[in-house]
Design a binder for this molecule. Sequence first.
Ligand code: NAD
Length: 366
Amino acid sequence: MGSTHRVTLIPGDGVGPELTEATRRVLEAAAATAGSSFDWDRQEAGVDNMETAGTPLPPAVLDSIRDTKIAIKGPITTPIGTGFRSVNVALRAELDLYACLRPCKTYPGVRSRFDHVDVVIVRENTEDLYAGIEYEHDTDAANKVIEFCNTLQAKQIRPHSGISIKPMSEFGSARVIRYAFQYAQGYGRQRVHCITKSNIMKHTDGLFLAVFREVAKDFPDIEPRENLVDATCMGLVQRPEEWDVLVLPNLYGDILSDLTAGMVGGLGVAPGANFGTEVAVFEATHGSAPKYKGQNKVNPTAMILSGMLMLRHLGEAEAGDRLEQAVAAVLGEGARVTYDMKPNRNDPSAVGTSQYADAIIEKLGA
Ligand code: NAD
């Protein structure tokens, strides 16, 4: 007997609604293969909401996610010059989504310079240079910080410097590192690589590494590895097959997740998820691609694969595996795929977002 899963569904804006609709249909078909279903709590957020609700992130959206504990969302545009902050950033902050998961895997049929890539990036999402603690050069605050720091050490900060603070805590490091090990254990992975620049930033990256060594002791069946971020960039492109789960502080995680997304075919196929202690929000890596809005054109693979991650998170491993096989089969055949998956982007045989979803649903036998 299957289950009914209550999930918050956020279509978003730009191409979000059409991608979300394709994903919803595919997820329902995949869940049905295991006798399961969804009870969607549909919530509107994004720039289109600013006129109707006066805010791109109505409180009802957060209430719904806190209630269901799980959401899948389409991309949301960050309005420029309106005074509203990014909905994506606000969601992460409000729900304390501290771990960003970005699995990157090559599928036959997706053009890439690399094959045999199957890496999982786990990025810390709340600290590091992204904490947003910055002082503009020549302001009183910057001058005070410089003056104070210059009393602490022989090395002097130059006058007129801008300052960004890089806070990394034991607590923030431990919870994301533990998440990475738990993910590795839960999904049959062999190794977790801790990626830092601990030889240079001894008290931030060095702390992250020290915490990694401690947390690793609780997971004796997973091999802990330690790598420097610069050597990792080279190693990833030279020997992609040697890497497994990578756990990284915020900044390196941001950069390396784009690197690995590029290694497996780019934005159209890069899924993602954000985890907090209580809730999980699944979403593609890419943005709202406003210029393609309403054209039934863009590739829903990234959002559909984010849905696959969600199925597995919900305990629907078989449905998740079947969905992955169906996506891989359609991509591998290369016939009923979107324009960006064709060797020539003007190929008239490319299908639309919705028709690509139909092809996956057919493969699921639904
Ligand atoms: P974008 O990812 O929206 O688009 C960049 C380009 O990538 C597009 O023009 C398109 O050519 C291609 N592309 C993206 N997704 C694709 C898909 N599914 N299929 C085929 N091609 C695809 O990046 P952007 O233009 O920098 O950002 C647009 C808006 O999205 C901005 O407001 C940005 O803040 C927002 N954004 C939102 C999220 C999110 O919701 N999590 C993430 C990133 C950016």
